[in-house]
Every structure is written in C-alpha cells, then in structure tokens.
Design a protein around this ligand. Structure first.
Ligand code: UGA
Length: 443
C-alpha cells in the first residue's frame, strides 16, 4: 500500500520505517528540511536501538522516502497518517495545533478518497476536529472527496520501539465504517500473524483506550511508590512486598517497580491530559490527580533521602550521578527524575558529576555549561572526587559495580539507589551506607 506519514518524530519515524519494512511504500513528511535531508543520508535524529539500519535499508530499497513536500506526500498516500507532536499547553491539555495544521494541509491537497489516521496521542474527540478541519478545506475548494478519519493509537515504548512496532501485542483501530476497518486490517496484515491482534472499535473508544493504557500503567507505578513510602516508614522492604504481590496474575510483574518517579514524554503528559479532559466533561478524576501528585512527590524523594543522610548538610558536597535519561536505552530526558534531583542538589549548594551512556548531549543542551555540573565520559570517571553515588536510571551497566572499589573511591561511602538495583546487605557489607526506595530495613 502507498502510505504517507506526517511527522518524523518518535512515533512517525518508527511507524513509517516498520511499515516500509513489511513492504509498504512509505513517504514520511516533515517541515524540518534539515531533518529530512539528514534522514535521506541515514542520520537518525533520535537514539533507538535497531532503527538506524532499518531506515537505511528501507530507504536504499526505495520503500521509505522523506520529503518536505506535503502535497506530493498526500498525492502518494491512500492512507495518510498524522503522527506529529502534541505537546502539553500551560493547563496540561494536549496542544492540537500541529495535528490540526496537518489536517488543514490534507484538506488543501487531497485529490482522491483516502483514510486519514490519527496516530499521535490525542484527546477524545480529536478525530472529529480533524474531520472538520479537512472538510472545511475541501469545501473551500469546492471539492467533495470522500475520506474517513480513523484512530489508531500507538503503544510503543522508547528503547523497545522497533520491537514493539514489529511485534505489537495489539493493534487498536477506531473507525466508523467497515470499509475503513477493512483497509486498516489489510495494512496491518503483516503484523497480524498467528493470532488476532486487531481490536476494532468506534473512534472515541480507541482514543480513550490510549489514555486508559498509559494512565493504568502510571497508576501502577504511583501505587507502588506510595506503598514504598509506607514501607520506608514502617520498616518493611518494598522489594519483598513486590515479590510477594507480583506472582498474583491479577497484579502481574510488570510496572510494579518503585523508583524515583516516572518520566518521559508520555505518562506525565497523558495522565494530566486525561484528568483535564475529564474535568472538561464535568468529572473530577481524583484518582488520576493522585497518581500525578504521588509521582511529583516521588521525584523529590531521592533528594529527601540525601538530605536526611546528611542531616541537611548538603552544601559543598559532590555527588556522582549515574543515569540522566528518564529510563535506560534512550537519550530522552523529558520529565526525567534526574532533572529534579540535579536542580535540588544545585539549590542546596552541591556539585554533580554525572554519567549517562546516551544522554550527555541532551543534558548539555538542557543545562548548558555550569561550574557545578561535570558531564563525565564513564561511570568510573563520574566517581572521581565524589562524596556519594546516586543512581537515577537503571542502565544495565550500573547493575553490578565493585562495591569494594566504591568503598575506596566515595569519600562519604554512601549510595542512594533510586531504582533499587542493589541489595542493601551487600552494599553495607562493603562498608557503604545504602539508601534505596522503600527499603525500611536500613532506615
Ligand atoms: C510509555 C508506555 O509504556 C507505552 O506503552 C506507550 O506507548 C508510551 O508511553 C507512549 O504513550 O508513547 P515510555 O514513555 O517509552 O512508554 O516508557 P516506559 O517504559 O513506560 O517508562 C515510563 C517511566 O516509568 C520511566 O521513567 C520508568 O522509569 C518508569 N517506571 C516504569 C517505573 O518507575 N516503574 C516501573 O515499574 C516501570
């Protein structure tokens, strides 16, 4: 099938590449000419395992092209995806200006019947707005070309995006006609082998499904962080509690890891946007607000532990920070817990020596050059001259440090473990004070 994809950000680029990989003829459009030129040469603007070779191979095979020419892309696509960003505006709702600008462009250039697909995470009711924006432009042109707007939310995770896209656990399609659903089923047929993964429904349910999925996952995390805080106070160990509940299949092992709070471009934004939508329709979503409040508090928890350990005397100390990205296998620092921690350490007069395998450049862009931040080239370089170590992101390479060595390097012999990577007893046996999340044992 001939497909056009608007937006070569995270979702658009991964989706376009995976659709080309299974044989579709894909044209990706972006307004950023430099990005488009780069992509044609195989320069990938994001870090995502496995993506680069796939982009290059499909581009070389002629199945994946990049352009700034919206009209040509619309002429190319019998299915046109909208996968542009929906940043939060000041009040937390998703800003639809990019989505609606694309809709307008589609209306200006559409020349034959097409299916338009909302792939971006958009509030319930957006498909109607997209339809209206396209219809208005068609009307202005005096054209009466049939089109349908379909909701097909994306569920891929950063760091696993290619895998998630190539082997989806479900494909949600919200449409109002059988014909559109059939077309989408044909498009996704290569991903729908062995058992049925397509869940077809009405448009609004599909739009809400996306938010419900992310809000449920965020709720699990905030719930565990809340229990971790209780564990800390009552002298229980959340890691035992986690293992004690995860084996119940109704609870499950996924997303019950307590930590320094969830970040990224999705959970914080989507929980807020859903709460906002809910308020707009006259329902106060108290649970969602609590999920957000707990997470916000949790982002400050590592600093609380540090301040408690030092009896508030943090000024003048140097902290090695391992991990800046909001999670491993990405260079993304949007809403990352590390950002709150660093700001708090700096406000308290401390210095930071940070290492992240991928996010150093992003950190440099965010924080600029400053005397109280050293961005180091390795985990061990970050430790040089540090009083204590703080782990914020669970990159695999941080999982088993040599504690005897750390004992010799860290001047204050203290580790603050924001992802519960280490066994308190093992760290303490090496003569290092250990603070984890919800591990009342050593508190
Ligand atoms: C999330 C969802 O997992 C995807 O299904 C969804 O498609 C995506 O948002 C989206 O809407 O685009 P992502 O933001 O890439 O994906 O990251 P996750 O792997 O879900 O992690 C989110 C945050 O939760 C991270 O900061 C992570 O450290 C934290 N987390 C995760 C925990 O604190 N505990 C856990 O048990 C799991």
């Amino acid at each position: 099938m001939r497909l056009a994809i608007f937006g070569t950000g995270y979702v658009g680029l991964v989706t376009g590449t995976c659709l080309a990989e299974v044989g579709h003829d894909v044209v990706c459009v972006d307004i950023d000419a430099a990005k488009v030129e780069g992509l044609k040469r195989g320069v990938i603007p994001i870090y995502e395992p496995g993506l680069e070779p796939m982009v290059k191979a499909n581009h070389a095979a002629g199945r994946l092209d990049f352009t700034t020419d919206a009209a040509a892309a619309i002429a190319h696509g019998e299915v046109v995806f909208i996968a542009v960003g929906t940043p939060p505006d000041e009040d937390g709702s998703a800003d639809l200006k990019y989505v609606l600008a694309v809709a307008k462009t589609i209306g200006q250039h559409l020349a034959r019947p097409a299916v338009i697909v909302d792939k971006s995470t958009v509030p319930v009711g957006t498909a109607d707005k997209v339809r209206a924006a396209i219809a208005q432009e068609l009307q202005a042109r005096g054209e009466d070309i049939p089109f349908e707007v379909v909701s097909n939310p994306e569920f891929l995770k950063e760091g696993d995006a290619v895998k998630d896209c190539m082997r989806p656990d479900r494909i949600v399609i919200g449409a109002s006609s059988k014909a559109a659903i059939e077309k989408m089923k044909r498009l996704y047929a290569p991903f729908n082998r062995n058992h049925e993964r397509i869940v077809a429904m009405d448009v609004r349910s599909a739009e809400l499904t996306k938010y419900a999925a992310n809000a449920m996952l965020a709720t699990k995390i905030s719930f565990m962080n809340e229990i971790a805080n209780i564990a800390e106070k009552v002298g229980a160990d959340i890691e035992h509690v986690r293992q004690g509940i995860g084996s119940d299949p109704r609870i499950g092992w996924h997303f019950i890891y307590p930590g320094a709070g969830y970040g990224g471009s999705c959970f914080p934004k989507d929980v807020q946007a859903l709460a906002r939508t809910s308020r707009q329709v006259g329902h106060e979503a108290v649970l969602l607000q609590a999920v957000e409040t707990v997470n916000d508090r949790q982002k400050g928890h590592l600093f609380e532990l540090i301040a408690r350990h030092y009896d508030g005397e943090v000024r003048g100390r140097t902290f090695a920070v391992w991990g800046l990205a909001f999670k491993p296998n990405t260079d993304d620092m949007r809403e990352a817990s590390s950002r709150r921690l660093l700001e708090q350490l700096w406000d308290a007069g401390a210095k930071v020596r940070a290492y992240d395998p991928e996010a150093a450049e992003e950190a440099r862009r965010i924080f600029g050059e400053r005397p109280d931040l050293a961005l180091c080239d390795s985990a061990s370089a970050a430790l040089q001259g540090a009083d204590a170590l703080v782990v914020v992101t669970e990159w695999k390479q941080f999982r088993s440090p040599d504690f005897a060595k750390l004992h010799g390097i860290l001047r204050d012999r203290a580790i603050f473990d924001g992802r519960n990577l280490y066994e308190p007893a093992e760290v303490e046996a090496a003569g290092i004070a250990y603070w984890g999340i919800g591990r009342g044992r050593s508190i």
